[in-house]
Design a protein around this ligand. Sequence first.
Ligand SMILES: Nc1ncnc2c1ncn2[C@@H]1O[C@H](COP(=O)(O)OP(=O)(O)OP(=O)(O)O)[C@@H](O)[C@H]1O
Length: 303
Amino acid sequence: MWPPPALSRRTLPPRHPSVQGSSLSRSWDLDRQIGDNHDVLIECRDVHKSFGDKRVLQGVSFKIRRGEAVGIIGPSGTGKSTILKVIAGLLAPDKGEVIICGKKRNGLVSDEDISGLRIGLVFQSAALFDSLNVRENVGFLLYENSNLPEERIGELVAETLAAVGLKGVEERMPSELSGGMKKRVALARSIIYDDTKETIEPEALLYDEPTAGLDPIASTVVEDLIRSMHVTGKDALGKPGKIASYVVVTHQHSTIRRAVDRLLFLHEGKVVWEGMTQEFTTSTNPIVQQFASGSLDGPIRYI
Ligand SMILES: Nc1ncnc2c1ncn2[C@@H]1O[C@H](COP(=O)(O)OP(=O)(O)OP(=O)(O)O)[C@@H](O)[C@H]1O
């Protein structure tokens, strides 16, 4: 029987998040290089967010353009996951704007129908439903929200699992999967879509620490998978990737090197540096230098 009685729509893993703008301490300025904003998918403009007295985001601005692979890095607790949730429409900013494909997000994802861009958020924990098998987890949104027959959803699930290199695991329970497999199942769940819809919008994916807790080889598998799902890559079936742009929050150097092209450095609730990945280790910014070297000496202080 579908849906399982224990689950309501409110338990759904969030799927359609949103965007951002730009204010940098560094002179990296794509606007000037490109000249207009026609290819900006997501923009955060001066986004602020507090939890009680704790000011977490204090004026975050940046843009994500079509085709980009962007990493967000920075010290723990600096608001990286929070900005992903704001973009995804899971948290409302206290101040500032989130703009998706030129349209301002007016509320949370549950309150509105954002058109122009599908946004998927892949949680660090994979966030699978333990009581559902892989097929039910991956097809969850289609079982809940589409008019597709169950048989067709099963086919789409199988195709999507194959695209992330996981054939034939549909009937397994999450407890029977390794950590890396769970992350790939979560990825499959975020990219599956109803292919009978008249207009299929481009999709942006937001990954929150996709390689956390994985060994180096499993990390490489996930990093390459993230690349392969991008429009510039090819999936496990050799088909072009469909993800227009993605954003990865990570602490892992391998993920920075392997899975993203551009970096935003978040510190104390602001973007304090941005640049191409190869510029990260040669930056003269003292915050970036300290972070890149892992030194205890420098402007970043942990209590
Ligand atoms: N829902 C919430 N309620 C209260 N405080 C929150 C909430 N979400 C986040 N915070 C606090 O906001 C701060 C930023 O959290 P966030 O998870 O965004 O940081 P982060 O940069 O992703 O950290 P890490 O790198 O350690 O994962 C933390 O101090 C966290 O405790």
